[in-house]
Design a protein around this ligand. Structure first.
Ligand SMILES: [Zn+2]
Length: 412
């Protein structure tokens, strides 16, 4: 057993069985001041106020004082905060090379659509990925995942979608599987064959290729995703792919980034675990999500990078829904997996309270990966996937002083 004691704020306490928080509940979380937490077999075993802190075996007990034996894997938090690690439910972190040339195109004012029309964007990434050997792709991607873990991410989802041919899509899924087998963070895998139409296919041929690939992709993936948006895949394409994936893979949908696409409604109809992006939504999308099991997920990092509107997270929460936030880490529209920055943007740009933003990057984003029974809150029995901060931090300061290093240790 190991013990963390002298915790200033133990944040993110939830009763077991709470798999997501919605509406007013998104603005609440359990906090214990001056606390301890014990870990057994990698799971949260118990926690409580310092007055009840267990003495470690072998300690010569002094009545009233709590001084756990430093040799028994006990850690003095020195007043630091302990919170669940970040959960990042939407990334494209497996990719080859960088797209810094397009960064200059963007500075010079070209739009996402214009860059795509010039053969850039996703197709550019696909060309590079196909030329990169599987081993090199794994190595490059692993560096990014390690960087994310260092910044406090303990669970993440990774999508295919830069392959855009049967061989290259399966290569990506194998790389994701290898990352899952290598890193201590939880990794979920999504087959996003329908990210863009691959070179050499007509639109119709490409949709058929994705459908035909499903049986081979399914054993390597947890979810299926479609970029249901203006200029990419239509609601009808999405319907066909999700019909074919029924019983094989649960959907997560890219929707409403570039237009009010109908992607939210098609996702809800097919029982999607999440619908993601949502920069452009009307009240009809909010209505469609009510009473569903689908988690609306917003990606403020791509709004920031592309200059798109931010999602209406506050309106969703006021309508009684929950909201998750994720990084969208990818080379074209969000080259960062920093979930603390995502949380800060939730507060600064989307007017979420620090607790609402915190729940969006922990419990609700864990839900959006089907992991919230094991990750995303301080709950006995959940994985001890935690962030211990330097002394003096609380949730508000994490979002407010968003550039100051705050992590002392990430437990995985
Ligand atoms: Zn994405």
């Amino acid at each position: 057993m190991s013990l963390i004691y002298n915790i200033g704020h133990l944040v993110g306490i939830q009763p077991s069985g709470v798999l997501r928080v919605q509406g007013a509940a998104q603005g609440q979380t359990g906090v214990l001041e001056h606390a301890w937490l014990s870990i057994e077999d990698g799971r949260i075993a118990a926690f409580g106020p310092m007055a009840s802190c267990p003495k470690m075996a072998g300690q010569a007990g002094q009545d009233g004082s709590v001084m756990p034996d430093p040799d028994r894997a006990s850690v003095d938090a020195r007043g630091g905060m302990v919170m669940p690690g970040f959960c990042d439910s939407h990334t494209h972190v497996v990719y080859a090379g960088s797209r810094d040339g397009e960064f200059l195109d963007k500075i010079n004012g070209l739009s996402y659509e214009e860059i795509a029309a010039r053969g850039g964007g996703i197709l550019n990434s696909a060309d590079r990925l196909r030329q990169t050997p599987e081993r090199g792709l794994y190595r490059q991607s692993l560096v990014r995942v390690k960087e994310m873990m260092k910044k406090g991410t303990v669970a993440l989802e990774i999508k295919s979608g830069y392959g855009l041919s049967p061989e290259a899509e399966l290569k990506m899924l194998r790389v994701i599987r290898r990352i899952r087998e290598t890193v201590p963070a939880a990794v979920k895998s999504t087959f996003l064959g329908a990210h863009a139409v691959g070179r050499g296919y007509t639109h119709a041929e490409y949709v058929q290729m994705v459908i035909d690939l499903l049986p081979e992709a399914a054993p390597l993936a947890d979810f299926v995703d479609v970029f249901c948006d203006d200029g990419f895949f239509t609601v009808e394409d999405t319907e066909r792919i999700l019909e074919a994936a029924r019983g094989l893979l649960t959907p997560k949908i890219h929707a409403n980034e570039l237009a009010v696409s109908g992607g939210v409604q098609v996702g809800v109809r097919h029982g999607a675990l999440s619908v993601d992006h949502l920069e452009r939504t009307t009240d009809a999308e909010i209505e469609a999500l009510k009473g569903s099991k689908t988690m609306p997920t917003m990606l403020p990092g791509s709004s920031f990078f592309l200059g798109l509107p931010y999602g209406r997270a506050k309106d969703y929460i006021q309508a009684g829904l929950g909201v998750a936030l994720a990084s969208d880490y990818n080379p074209g529209s969000s080259p960062s997996g920093d979930m603390r920055f995502v949380m800060a943007q939730g507060c600064i740009k989307m007017r979420l309270t620090p607790v609402e933003a915190f729940n969006a990057v922990t419990l609700n984003s864990a839900y959006a990966m089907g992991l919230s029974d094991r990750y995303g809150s301080i709950t006995v029995g959940k994985k001890a996937a935690l962030i211990l901060t330097e002394p003096g931090w609380d949730l508000t300061r994490v979002a407010y002083q968003y550039q100051t290093p705050f992590i002392r240790k990430v437990y995985l």
